[in-house]
Design a protein around this ligand. Structure first.
Ligand code: FES
Length: 83
């Protein structure tokens, strides 16, 4: 399923399963590796981004939830080491 996400002011269309954690969409699909995996349980904050102004742990937030509840407006950590 296709989702439109606006990340750091730029719109991105991604075609992934709606249950995919937002973290993996950011990292693996869009190559934004500035968002890190840590605990995977919403405990450490390594994967935190702002979703419509609210700090959100992307390891437990599905892409469909992010796109529905925040109209896909995200602020992700800048990727300083692409690749
Ligand atoms: S990876 Fe630790 S809070 Fe998401």
């Amino acid at each position: 399923m296709a989702f439109m996400l606006k990340i750091n002011g730029t719109s991105h269309e991604v075609d992934v399963d709606g249950d995919t954690p937002l973290l993996w969409v950011l990292r693996d699909v869009l190559g934004m590796t500035g968002t890190k995996f840590g605990c995977g349980k919403a405990l450490c904050g390594a994967c935190t981004v702002h979703v419509d102004g609210a700090a959100t742990q992307t390891c437990i937030t599905t892409v469909i939830a992010a796109s529905l509840f925040a109209a896909g407006r995200l602020i992700a950590r800048q990727d300083l080491r692409r690749g």
